[in-house]
Ligand binder design. Sequence first.
Ligand code: G6P
Length: 609
Amino acid sequence: MCGIIGIVGREPVAGHLVDSLKRLEYRGYDSAGVATLEPGGVLTRRRAEGKLRNLEARLAKEPLVGLVGIGHTRWATHGAPTESNAHPHATARVAIVHNGIIENFRELRDELIAAGQVFSSETDSEVVAQLVDHHLGAGLSPELAVAAALKRLKGAFALAFLFPADDDLVVGARRGSPLAVGWGDGEMYLGSDALALAPFTDRITYLEEGDWVAIRRGGAVIHDETDAVVARPLTVVSASAFQVDRGNYRHFMAKEIHEQPEVIGHTLARYIDLAAERIRLPATLPFDWAKLDRLTIVACGTAFYAGLTAKYWFEQFARLPVEIDVASEFRYREPPLADNGLALFVSQSGETADTLASLRYCKAHGLHTAAVVNVPTSTIAREAEIVFPTLAGPEIGVASTKAFTCQLVVMACLAIAAGKARGRLSEAEEHTLVRALGELPGLLARALKAEPKIERLARQIAKARDVIYLGRGSSFPIALEGALKLKEISYIHSEGYAAGELKHGPIALIDETMPVVVIAPHDRTYEKTVSNMQEVAARGGRIVLITCEKGAAEASVPTLETIVMPDMPPEIAPVVYAVPIQMLAYHTAVFMGTDVDQPRNLAKSVTVE
Ligand code: G6P
């Protein structure tokens, strides 16, 4: 994971940059760096592999005295965590720090090399420095060069830029990854979150999606994605908020939904090497994918639905038989276990009592055990033979959102690794799937744009007594999760069904008062789901169709609303389609005035049976 800081100050900033980076250490990193403008406008960098103390040691030997600078902690994605791959990346005209993934870096790199730019690292990030440098070379001002570059970048990211030509300027941009502006007294700051800025100021402006900002000692000018100057509110952050910062959001759940492009990027960074288009797991695993006879997935609640989605991937990519159960059933039915089996436990908290008991049962019976867990210090993480962490960061809202999509992404990576090891996926297929995963942060950012439409729709859903969710294949678990989210926080009765099961019971419930949310990406079962929608429509049911552009164009059924997701490879659709169903539950609950972050009777971590 990466952290960003920028300061336009009145005294030397290098020490402050490092102090601030220390506050971002929790995000995880494997190299760090700072750049400042030294007297005479000389752009100077100090970078180091490993922990911040290495960077501090470097700075102690070779101090920097510049009054304006940027800093970064890097979690390696493209290229090893070496000093030359560490940020800031710089040319003679600009230095940049970057958090996130630039999806189209290959195309841009080829184009820029052809235009004469010379690259010095293997990272996707350097392409941003070279692109801005190219525009500066063509005579654009720093701000206009950034604005022009942003229009070419695909993916989800946050960026900060430093220019030798202007010692009163740092430019920042956000798309998918957060960035906040801090207001000081004759000094201005940029940071990944308010926590990073806490040593300097409690006056924060959170940039919105697509914004870019120029900070100077006298203040900040914020632009939206069309480059128009915009006003964004200034918030005074309370001291306690520096612990778990709700940002500009009304609820943690909203913040966590919106964090998904970023945390999925972080999680992917751990499990894929996007440059090599390969899955990257620890070199030694306690089990051999090729020798497994069966995978047993055990979890509760939302984590169970993540496991159910993963079943489709493990079966499709690896032809590995998967048994899945909720932990409270699994632990007491004393299931026979395969001799060459792996049991995988999925848990946000890592403390859920039934999941933990199931883990202990499997261990006692000599099964290999692995855990997909968000809290690395938790009991399940400690007791499993191997942990595959989700890097969702602290999840505060009781209804799980970002932990769910991170669980999906980790298990998709595991399923691809299993497919490769079992000879079921070719290298080319691995490349294609990894490329698709790499597009997720950008796709999630686009999915979030459906929010205004979903907010309007939520007013209708709030009037319903019951809601049915339908999906086929890997959209079936997303239907189950959609129904769970809605009932958890809005208290509206809702049920998820496999679309093909409609005729076996739930169709009896359909009348003109019943909203039916249909999750139907344009995949190989799309036509079948359309037939089910027709059956609903024929009985007066009010359809909410969540599909892609292609699906929307082909759907021939009247709907109450159609929520359109971008087109994407069907394998990754469950991750993206989780977002609209989360937003629908959230806005319905907000409209109904329930306690969204702490719904009645529910606990974030269920440590009793
Ligand atoms: C509770 C939470 C859910 C969560 C489930 C499993 O019910 O409210 O959001 O999905 O527990 O929790 P875990 O921490 O094991 O993922």
